[in-house]
Design a protein around this ligand. Structure first.
Ligand code: SF4
Ligand code: SF4
Length: 112
């Protein structure tokens, strides 16, 4: 069984600055993450939105990851533990949006 801090897509939520800001209740880091993610995604992200205990954990989640991430929504609908358990692991276009840019994500999904 995978750590519940490995997201459906294979990203390690433990390394995500939103997660780190949340567990340390670090408002300065929340502010930095909100600024960087606003620029990167061309949307306004307020520092109050930077509260996330992980993609698959029970707890608070960043609004995009909670309600909009197509990979998380698909994983939930397919009732897989992560995309690592899905037969489309190597071919899924949605998943490639993450794994094409992050080698660790695929490694995390392949690890049992
Ligand atoms: S689910 Fe939360 S901790 Fe995981 S990548 Fe998304 S924002 Fe970061
Ligand atoms: S179809 Fe793609 S996004 Fe959905 S569970 Fe499978 S690998 Fe993940």
């Amino acid at each position: 069984m995978k750590s519940n801090l490995i997201a459906y897509c294979g990203l390690n939520c433990e390394e995500c600055e939103a997660y780190i800001a949340t567990i340390n209740n670090d408002d300065k880091l929340r502010e930095k993450v909100a600024k960087e993610w606003s620029i990167a995604n061309e949307v306004v992200i307020a520092k109050e939105m930077i509260n996330c205990e992980g993609c698959r954990a029970n707890g608070k989640r960043f609004p995009f990851c909670d309600k909009m991430c197509p990979i998380r929504l698909c994983g939930i609908a397919k009732e897989v533990e992560t995309c690592g358990d899905c037969e489309k692991l190597k071919t899924c276009e949605k998943l490639k949006m993450v794994t094409d840019h992050n080698d660790n994500a695929l490694d995390n999904l392949l690890k049992k």
